[in-house]
Design a binder for this molecule. Structure first.
Ligand code: GDP
Length: 525
């Protein structure tokens, strides 16, 4: 492995798009794939989403929902980069996997609908990116429609997300009067809906159009210049270091649907987005350029078809090169495995992968070997990557076996699915009831399905609704504080957790019991 390997690794850009449903994630992804030549027609990704493109033979539920394994990792080449986009399912498909995917990327692109501003799911996903300190790039979408004022959107980024922003470009008007973007970074104006040859207008050193130009006749041009002046004087400075640390987000305006501002965004993004980063492990940081192959499992996709029990374990490569047929260790099991069956992901089809390097994602066929978070390594060092964080569940059910004669398979199934990371288990302190916690409804559906098909155990699940979970510092607590509005449970590591009915119950409890120090693992930086 020489220079070639190093170049290969440094060309990787692995990211996820975070957004609230309908902000335009599918549309933007599709446009990026078109630029990369990975798909031929617009509508391919969309068709998958609506189910017209049912190529998935992996998961019944997936098929019904019209998403597929292939759309969960998309790879394409652009200029000298190899881009890996990891899908972060939302809506009814929102689950812990959505969060875990963010553990496997080196940066994130946040899409915001200019009319809506920051929405709930964007905020949740943003917090997870923040936890990892990864760079976040913002694309404010749908400028072809009337939306919020750009300055108001920047203020929202700072107030709601607490992140500084630096607009790389600035819209000239919007909606029916959208004329284009003023590109601060490339010192040019990109015009909306004009001939290709008229698209870019270079600016002089004062940041203005030299000489005559029809655009100058519009009052919007002057207004934009004023706003740019304001940004130059009162706005944040651009700092690639702060971008790399996730402290400042470069902001781009555009319209994915009309493919406007997308190419400029992609090219600038690729320039500032990080190549694969080092990762913490039990023996210190693992350098992506290290020769020894290593990676970790961040997602396991079970096949919902009972006739095909196979699963796919998604592995993010963190160092070295993967080669088909190589033998690896799984330190958790103290076991060696030959990786003969593997898959890489393309937009339109699933391919067998022979080689992949740090930054890439591979899929390993799994018959029940892997758990989420598992380290896989080819060398002699038996290290483990840092444990994946615990994500605070928001939905809970009380679960029991439908058939008391089947208790044994019920407990076995729960234990295995919890260990695998499909769902979280909690027990009430006084009554030892089993509660399942999830971040999305899909996890309960998959759990129920797999319990029936893989463990032959029918389950009863009683919704106890959404709850606010808060862990306790110190892990000593008076169990009598448990009530219906502040239910005390233990997680699977035997840590105490209070489940509150709502914000009000949480605040009330904190006022009454100031000595009990509560925290949310997802708020820790
Ligand atoms: P997702 O749920 O985030 O994947 O969003 P989609 O990409 O499916 O987009 C949601 C809706 O917004 C669709 O009807 C898109 O056609 C529309 N949309 C996406 N981008 C734009 C845009 O730039 N302008 C306008 N006007 N509509 C857009």
């Amino acid at each position: 492995m020489g220079n070639n390997f190093k170049e290969e690794v440094l060309s990787r850009r692995t990211f996820a798009i975070i957004s609230h449903p309908d902000a335009g994630k599918t549309t933007l992804t599709e446009k990026l794939l078109l630029f990369g030549g990975a798909i031929r027609d617009a509508g391919t990704v969309k068709a998958k989403k609506t189910g017209k493109f049912a190529t998935s033979d992996w998961m019944e539920i997936e098929k019904q929902r019209g998403i597929s394994v292939t759309s969960s990792v998309m790879q394409f080449d652009y200029n000298d980069f190899r881009v890996n986009i990891l899908d972060t399912p939302g809506h009814q498909d929102f689950s812990e996997d959505t969060y875990r995917t963010l553990m496997a990327v080196d940066s994130a692109v946040m899409i915001i609908d200019s009319a809506k501003g920051i929405e709930e799911q964007t905020l949740k996903l943003f917090k997870v990116c923040r936890m990892r300190g990864i760079p976040i790039f913002t694309f404010i979408n749908k400028l072809d429609r009337q939306g919020k004022a750009p300055l108001e959107l920047l203020a929202e980024l700072e107030e709601v997300l607490g992140i500084e922003s630096y607009p790389m470009n600035w819209p000239i008007g919007m909606g029916k009067e959208f004329l284009g973007i003023y590109d601060r970074y490339y010192n040019r104006i990109e015009q909306f809906r004009v001939n290709e040859e008229d698209r870019f207008i270079p600016l002089n050193s004062d940041g203005e159009i030299e000489g005559e130009h029809p655009l100058k006749a519009s009052g919007l041009y002057d207004q934009t210049l004023e706003e740019i002046m304001l940004l130059n004087e009162a706005g944040n400075d651009f700092s690639p270091e702060k971008v790399a640390d996730g402290k400042i987000t470069p902001v781009f305006f555009g319209s994915a649907l009309t493919t406007f501002g997308v190419q400029t965004f992609l090219e600038t993004y690729l320039q500032f987005a990080p190549a694969p980063m080092a990762r913490n492990s039990s023996i210190g940081e693992i350098n992506p350029l290290a020769e020894q192959f290593s990676g970790f499992v961040f997602k396991i996709q079970a096949n919902m078809n009972p006739a095909h029990r196979d699963r796919i374990a998604f592995v993010r490569i963190c160092s070295g090169k993967f080669e088909r047929g190589m033998t690896v260790n799984i330190p958790r099991l103290g076991k060696q495995i030959k990786l003969s069956q593997s898959t890489s992901f393309m937009a339109e089809e699933r391919n067998t992968v022979d080689e992949a390097v740090s930054g890439d994602i591979i899929g390993l066929y799994d018959t029940g070997t892997y758990q989420i978070g598992d380290t896989i390594t080819a060398g002699k060092d038996n290290f483990q990557f840092e444990r994946l964080p615990q994500f605070t569940p928001e939905l809970f059910v009380r679960v029991s076996a439908k058939n008391v004669m089947k208790q044994k398979s019920f407990y076995k199934g729960i234990q295995q699915l919890v260990q695998e990371g499909a769902i979280q288990l909690y027990k009430t302190v006084k009554t030892d009831d089993y509660l399942l916690g999830a971040v999305g409804q899909l996890q309960f559906e998959v759990f129920e399905h797999r319990m029936r098909n893989e463990y032959n155990a029918e389950v009863l699940m009683e919704r106890i609704g959404s709850k606010i979970g808060r862990w306790i510092e110190g892990d000593v607590v008076d169990e009598n504080l448990s009530s219906s509005r502040s239910l005390l449970v233990k997680d699977r590591f035997d840590h105490y957790v209070f489940l509150f009915e709502n914000d009000f119950a949480l605040r009330w409890f904190q006022e009454k019991n100031p000595d009990v120090k509560l925290y949310n693992p997802m708020d820790q930086d």
